[in-house]
Design a protein around this ligand. Sequence first.
Ligand code: GLN
Length: 483
Amino acid sequence: AVSQHNGLLNALVHIRPPAAVLADANAASRAPVSGTGDSPRSSLDGLLFAIKDNLCTSNMPTSCASRMLADFHPQYDATVVARLKARGAVLLGKTNMDEFGMGSDSVHSCFGPVKNPLSSEHSAGGSSGGSAAAVASGMCFGALGSDTGGSIRLPASYCGVVGFKPSHGLLSRRGLIAYANSLDTVGIVASDVSSVRLIYDSLKEHDESDPTSVDNATRRRIEDQAAAFRSSRGGQKRHWRIGVPMDYNVSEISTRLREAWVSTLAALRDLGHQIVPVDLPSTRHAVCSYYIVALAEASSNLAKYDGIRFGLSPTIAPTEAKTNPLAKITAAREQGFGKEVQRRILLGNYSLTSEAMENYFIHAQKVRRMVKQDFDRVFAFPNPLNSTSKTHQPDPPKEPVDVLISPVSVSSAPALQDVTSLDRSALDAYINDVFTIPASMAGLPALSVPIPASTDGELPLGLQIIAQYGDEDSLFDIATVVE
Ligand code: GLN
């Protein structure tokens, strides 16, 4: 049934044999916990999961939806995948995506585009479109994906499910094939907030084999600080202060989405929560800065795919191979990478050249710092990663808020025909990330909650909730109210 269903959606690029899935499922429900007979290993025991194809899996190929990695069969499981398995989760298969995570509609894939399960003419969003479509179509309980600049939140909102990206460094990235390390996070898709939270709680441990994984002492300090802060403000049931970033109210937002945003805020106000307009002036520069930082990192990450040590072995004429020592590398890149990836490698390389470095890369890093400072200026919970030295303390926020609520993108899912049209410039696609990129630049946790369509034929919309670094609990608590 899954293969048939998938034939229409193209959400999964590898499906495990049904017998293997069944065997795992049987083993899971019988898994004994020492001394407790047949009780399940965890609350994930026996639940089906799909894994984005940029997370390494030992029993399935891992291609990043790229011809470059068509024959890649990793020897190990990404830490998050290993943890799911250890908790009894059953793996269904690997999900389709934009090649190497580069895109917003899951159309840049060597396997062809993912279709939105709610309307096959529409985009499922990207780059974790396969993960969102697999959950939305009921193929699995949850899915793992990755979010570098919105790749979990955007597809989740287009497909009407919940998508979550954690604070950078809290979920292990070992075994996640890097797009842009300083922005990459593993993310989670499920159909409701409590399922996402359950999955996150099962995965959020320090990983000593990921050097960027936040260590245990720091995790404890952040958790203690967040818990103390929350209880000083009346605990879980208190009335929240919800920030509305006025800079996100751009003219491109569709009327239906703006109305949904406003009516959600009004409903929250009626429940006694306080709505506070806030300014995040640097966010308007965040997209430009992201596409410099992310692509610079991507160009250096993808440099290893030379067709010699890593990646596709290209077909080249023997005479050419003899006369041109670079022929093999050039051919591997031409044949292995899709056009969007090639474009991004070129852009990334350019911004790292000596001629452009100062004007692009260095400036982009400065903007990134300003984006983070904007967030620190509005959140009541002080950023636990900021230096504690007196001289570096930022000014206390004027109108401190607990979370921010904004749209996820400017509209519901666009038509596939429009996003694949030759008239569409790459920039049109980049602009879709305008609301999701700022939280990524600042490393903050963010979650997208679907607003179901009110009439037949409409597609769902998504609202994004952003919290301060390490304040996942507030994020989940508010998301449960908004849901
Ligand atoms: N759409 C953004 C990009 O193409 C974000 C992708 C992602 O988060 N992986 O870079």
